[in-house]
Ligand binder design. Sequence first.
Ligand SMILES: Cc1cc2nc3c(=O)[nH]c(=O)nc-3n(C[C@H](O)[C@H](O)[C@H](O)COP(=O)(O)OP(=O)(O)OC[C@H]3O[C@@H](n4cnc5c(N)ncnc54)[C@H](O)[C@@H]3O)c2cc1C
Length: 381
Amino acid sequence: MVIAVVGAGMIGAAAARHLAQAGHQVVLVGPPEPQDKIRHNGVFASHYDEGRITRALDPWPFWSRVSRASIARYRQIEADSRVLFFHEVGTVLAGDKTSPYITRLCDVQKQDDIPCESLQDAALASRFPFFRFGDGTLALHETQGAGYINPRALVRAQISLARKAGARFLPDTVLGLDETADGVSIRTDQGTVLVNQVLVAAGGFANSVLATPLPLTVFARTVVLMEIDTAEAARLSAMPSLIWLEPDGNDPYLLPPIRYPDGRTYLKMGGDVVDVVLPDTAATKDWFRSGGNPAVGQMLEAQVRARMPDLRIISRHVQPCVTTFTPQNIPALERLSPRLSVAVGGCGRAAKCSDELGRLGAELALGRTLPAWALDAALPN
Ligand SMILES: Cc1cc2nc3c(=O)[nH]c(=O)nc-3n(C[C@H](O)[C@H](O)[C@H](O)COP(=O)(O)OP(=O)(O)OC[C@H]3O[C@@H](n4cnc5c(N)ncnc54)[C@H](O)[C@@H]3O)c2cc1C
């Protein structure tokens, strides 16, 4: 049996690794990152970056569980692939101690006994002198198994291990799928591939591949990258990743100093407050080509300056990305027909846990039933 995974991104590359290492015949189909994004006409991805926050803590049990399962495998993936992607600098989740999200977070932390330190007031201020927190803030600090991953490097590691285990890799773009009684014919920009099973893991572009669209909502997102100099990076060398849980459900996030491929060091901040829906594939491609929304970048920079008043920024620029949501606020992990399964809808948080989501997708492609917890929606009460 040949299983094709459509989408060589975070979830797809992980699924291909799990399937290939379990001894199955695998074809992983998906294009590499475009070098000239402004003039690119093809598909894009949500992992074209150097930093994604990772943590076991989450207000929802599903996300905490898939994250912990993935984090537990990071070091093995690094050792096997010789690609380093995990930076264990710690992660802080903070918010008003009376907010429902902080209450949920504390419930999950207690229920699953997730190791972390709980900080408030003077203890919080002295632990992170570079941050300013308001009165009444509760911060949960995970010091181990948390921090950030390099998503490009993780994808590289997964593809390399999948190939080492025998997977074929086709750097092609899928145009459509035709199911027959014998198998599935995958139409790509380079030709046709015949397989027995298909797992679609094409992120924000999944509905351009599927004959019947899934109820996915794709949002335009902007991040601001703030360049700092060497002295500032040294001052912030103990900075963890930070997520601020707002009472209204917004969760702006900030990454610690990261050296980017241009040789410069940046802090990255994200967290649009206005959700802009991208209605179709054409609009999603246009958004990626647009370079991001400068007004959102200014708003994010103002938030960083309030949180870190001493921060010395020497330059800044914005970048576009997309997040893909399902109505359940967990990925769609479903078998759509006897030969077609999907693992899509990262809901803005599927980088850190992509390895476990890929494993669950692989289970579906093998015709197995997922455990009940894997369908446990993450909706506000
Ligand atoms: C700004 C931003 C910040 C984020 N921060 C975090 C964070 O801190 N922590 C975290 O855990 N998550 C974070 N996320 C979310 C995370 O990056 C995504 O959830 C994750 O990348 C989703 O993985 P995926 O495999 O579904 O999609 P992708 O990584 O986008 O991969 C999909 C793949 O499918 C391919 N593809 C698309 N169409 C086709 C086609 N027709 N044929 C073949 N291949 C195709 C693409 O090329 C791509 O490689 C963030 C997202 C954004 C946008």
